[in-house]
Design a protein around this ligand. Sequence first.
Ligand SMILES: [Zn+2]
Length: 281
Amino acid sequence: MKTRYIAAYDTEKAGDCLAACKRIRAVHEQFGVSGTFFIVGKRLEEEGVKYRALLDTPLFEIASHTYSHIILRDHPFCGNAPANEARAREITLGKELVEQTFQRPCVGLRPGCGFHNALRGDPWLVQTVADAGYGYVSSLLWGPETTVPALLEKPFTYAEEGRPGLWELPGHGWHENLLKAHNLTVQARRILAWPSPFPEAVRLTPITTPEEEFALNKLFIDKAIELGLPYVSLIWHPWSLARFDPAMTMLRLTFAYVRELGMEATTYEAEWRRAKDEALA
Ligand SMILES: [Zn+2]
């Protein structure tokens, strides 16, 4: 098993994310690396024409980050989920806006914040996401009891919830915005597991340089390869990457490392198709 690499971006903040995506696209083109943008539907209502002009290239998958970033499950830092009707709207309208804006199918959903137990234990949510026509969800984004870093988990299906056709494709490592203490509205203070599953990747203070961020990325990439994961994908946000590192030095260092290791760069969509095909073979 040769571990692949997925660059992925939770694209959510008005104005800031769009501006950051210009810089991000340039680095992707420089390295010829593909990637996935999970975009909030409201941003596409407001800035859809600009997003399409910027990101509609064969290098990128465009997927949904819900309609308005309303949380789909109760979450210790991000608040409680609304009633089912509002949850369903987040799921279906987010997908529709990606499809209308980019004129291509949207097969993936990354819920706002993500969860430590993915969609498990919420059969209504599993069914609603599957019935909306998604092929995969990337919702497992935290370690045990909603800690960071997220563990290096492999894909699985929601067969136990009765939907074997819906895949979970987890994200890995730190939420980089937390590593930089960028979230002022969501105070995530109790975020480290102890004993730590990744002592070498635990920081006791926020990071201050792109090189420090790359060093942490490298740890997760190396470990994923060692564990034989099909892919590794870190949890990134355009607004936070640009605020910390406007020159996108961390992206360049990470993509150069991916190239140096001979890793194939891919998208969540392509990874989902591979997982499906391998399960059928
Ligand atoms: Zn988000």
